[in-house]
Ligand binder design. Structure first.
Ligand code: NAP
Ligand code: SF4
Length: 683
């Protein structure tokens, strides 16, 4: 019998779920990886999940697989509906079991959220995030769909899965039956709440009847809908009880329909910010309940279980960021955990762009078979110049492979642009990434030389085999007359606290950094967004759960902005459209609610003591400003390249030093890893 874990005692206490006893309270929640429909997808998924199972997570839920054609998320077929599907899947549970883990197949019917011509729903009510109106299911089609769920479960079992997770949150088909927002039926499948629950209850009953007692049935319940017409807290509790009575072994939770206009997993949402909604369910049932959303560290997870707020903690993205999360926590090696920074940039944004889901801080995720970090046969001396995300990633991976690495950083600290980002609301967690990489440098024996500005000559004297220039970027100075006026400030000086900022601000540029600066200034140093209650208040969430959907009846309150801000850009088009698909709308929403004026199609004329003079559609304007902040993009900093190649050195440029436009940490970290993997063994 295992002794009490000295580091996270509650997290590493076994949990009985149905007929299984899980070794700990960590579950990897479902995430669509974009591999599900690819020809090589099953093998890659097997490797992906097996690494996580070997990393110690107790239970995994796959990405969603539809029980029938109508339930697919897109035109790509991602189903568990035929014998052939089951045979194709066998490799996944086998690999997970061999790695010592357990895995359930998520059965997800997209309902009106599918992006294909055959979408269905309880009623023909179009979703605000889908152009197409769904076909309203007939009674016969409802019966057929329930049968499809049961068949899917049977096929999952025959493929070797330990169970299924029936997806009933986030606004998909099951939630659509439950909510008056989407269920306008007047037959036995609509109307009062018992009728609206009938669909999911029948699904769960049918699956249980078909599968018997030794097959795990997890029901993912919407703890909080966050849409008008959604469920109240009392209805959610009744639903939880009905699901238990119908045969569910465990309830996992989801928060917010996809069409909700409140962030639930973005950086704007506070850590563990929705566990209070899970507690509403936990008190109503006797089966285990999982908490989810914005939980990214073992200490947060431990506290949730220790305080009895949930029985198990379900995280998805943190297991992308670190497949060994659970084992490292068990060993008390917290520093070695690569923490998810909730950016969505390489996971959800990739999925919605039709790309394979990966992770900004761990680009190997989803590419386990394509980016192997193997020991080198020929150890080399490698110089990495620049201690930002790209340089850190490269130095760690190269040293992990057995190379001898020296990392040079001109400033007195590691982290580069991540240091600036830390002050932006929701981005304090970037400090964890820097700490992680710094610790890895240490473990892999990288020699770190801070406060060292190298030259081509100094590098040559040390006779490195390879030099990696990860020297990053320098803020672009736009060509506007009057740029030397005292009101003008660079964004890095503002974020670093080197410049005072007045009450009337103009931001030039509306890319990621323009918005970051706006968030920083609007917050005005108030960190209360990090508290669930303050977050709920500011986004109009009803924490008493008495109102439908958990929304305040008066809507979202308008804050008193900390500053009067105007954002400008030269291009036409929507503000925020160049930001991440799953996060840009959050930034734009904060900017809007704070009354920020956003002007596109601007021509900059000059800056003087009156402010900034521009030409826009309505003609010439002067916008008075105490501070005009330049967020006009970046230029690459690669002055070492010429001298180094001139001396005959092999130079690798990565990250912003290579290409500053559309620079982001995701590309820099990936390029760092790829460069380290690709060092030519022969010299
Ligand atoms: P960016 O996204 O390329 O935006 C630069 C902005 O400056 C644009 O709005 C552009 O708009 C304007 N601009 C460009 N050249 C200009 C010039 N010569 N004069 C005046 N305005 C000019 O760059 P960034 O904001 O510096 O961000 C750098 C990278 O970090 C981006 O790739 C970004 O995605 C990433 N980042 C991401 C996030 C995030 O939340 N995901 C946060 C921070 C940074 P016009 O050309 O229309 O004027
Ligand atoms: Fe987390 Fe960002 Fe990685 Fe997604 S890409 S798992 S949000 S760190």
């Amino acid at each position: 019998m295992e002794t009490v874990n000295p580091y996270y005692p509650q997290l590493f206490t076994p949990l009985k779920v149905g007929s299984l006893t899980l070794p700990n309270r960590l579950m990897m929640g479902s995430i669509h990886t974009g591999l599900e429909h690819r020809p090589d997808g099953m093998g890659r998924l097997a490797a992906f999940y097996a690494e996580r199972a070997a990393g110690g997570v107790a239970l995994i839920a796959t990405g969603g697989f539809s029980p029938n054609k109508a339930g697919n998320l897109t035109t790509a077929r991602v189903e568990m509906s035929t014998e052939e599907d089951a045979r194709n899947h066998e490799v996944i549970p086998r690999a997970v079991h061999e790695a010592g883990g357990r895995i359930v197949l998520q059965v997800l019917h997209s309902g009106r959220y599918g992006y294909h011509p055959d979408i269905v729903a309880p009623s023909a009510v179009r979703s605000p995030i889908n152009r197409d109106e769904p076909h309203a299911l007939s009674v016969d089609e409802i019966e057929q769909t329930i049968e499809n769920y049961a068949c899917s479960a049977e096929l999952a079992k025959s493929a070797g899965y330990d169970g299924v997770e029936i997806m009933g949150s986030e606004g998909y088909l099951i939630t659509e039956f439950l909510s008056l927002r989407t269920n306008h039926r007047d037959d036995e499948w609509g109307g009062d709440f018992d009728n609206r629950m009938r669909f999911v209850v029948e699904v769960l009953r049918r699956v249980r009847a078909r599968m018997g007692g030794n097959f795990l049935i997890v029901f993912r319940i919407s703890a909080l809908d966050l849409v008008e017409g959604g469920l109240t807290g009392a209805e959610t509790r009744r639903l939880a009880q009905s699901a238990e009575a119908a045969g569910a072994d465990m309830l996992t939770t989801g928060v917010g329909w996809h069409e909700a206009r409140i962030p639930t997993i973005a950086q704007a949402a506070p850590p563990a910010g929705f566990v209070w909604a899970t507690e509403n369910i936990k008190g109503a049932v006797s089966i285990p309940v999982a908490a989810s959303n914005r939980i990214n560290s073992p200490e947060i997870a431990e506290a949730i279980v220790a305080e009895g707020r949930a029985d198990i903690v379900m995280m998805a993205r943190p297991f992308l960021a670190d497949e060994k999360f659970a084992n490292k926590a068990r060993a008390g090696d917290r520093k070695a955990i690569n923490i998810c920074i909730a950016c969505n940039q390489a996971c959800l944004d990739h999925y919605f762009e039709g790309r394979v889901c990966s992770c900004l801080v761990n680009p190997r995720a989803g590419f386990e078979t394509k980016l192997p970090v193997v020991q080198t046969q020929v150890a080399k001396r490698i110089a990495v110049v620049g201690g930002g995300p790209g340089g850190l990633s490269c130095a760690v991976a190269a040293a992990e492979r057995g190379h001898s690495v020296v990392l040079f950083e001109a400033s007195d600290c590691l982290g580069g642009q991540f240091n600036l980002a830390q002050v932006v609301p929701g981005k304090a967690v970037f400090a964890d990434s820097i700490a992680y990489f710094a610790d890895q440098l240490d473990r892999h024996g990288v020699a770190v030389r801070l406060n060292t500005r190298v030259t081509a000559d100094s590098l040559r004297r040390e006779d490195f085999d390879n030099v990696v220039l990860a020297t990053g970027v320098t803020p672009r100075a736009p060509d506007i007359p009057g740029l030397d006026h005292p009101s003008v400030a660079r964004y890095d000086d503002v974020l670093a606290g080197r410049r005072d900022v007045g009450a009337n601000v103009v931001i030039i540029g509306a890319g990621g950094i323009g918005f970051d600066v706006a968030m920083y200034l609007l917050e005005g140093g108030d960190r209360s967004y990090a508290e669930p209650a303050a977050f709920a208040k500011s986004w109009g969430i009803d924490m008493t759960l008495s109102n439908a959907g958990g929304l305040q009846s008066k809507g979202r309150p308008r804050p008193v902005p900390a500053r009067n801000i105007t954002m400008l850009k030269r291009s036409a088009g929507r503000f925020g459209s160049t930001l991440g698909k799953t996060t840009g709308w959050v930034h734009k929403s904060v900017v809007d609610v704070n009354g920020v004026e956003c002007l596109a199609g601007v021509v900059y004329e000059r800056i003087d003591e009156n402010g900034i003079h521009i030409l826009v559609d309505e003609g010439r304007r002067c916008i008075p400003a105490d501070t005009i902040i330049l967020c006009a993009g970046q230029d690459p900093r690669r002055d070492l390249e010429g001298p180094m190649t001139g001396l005959g050195h092999t130079v690798h440029l990565i990250g912003g030093a290579c290409e500053a436009s559309e620079l982001d940490a995701k590309r820099a970290i990936l390029e760092g890893l790829e460069t380290a993997i690709g060092f030519n063994e022969a010299g």
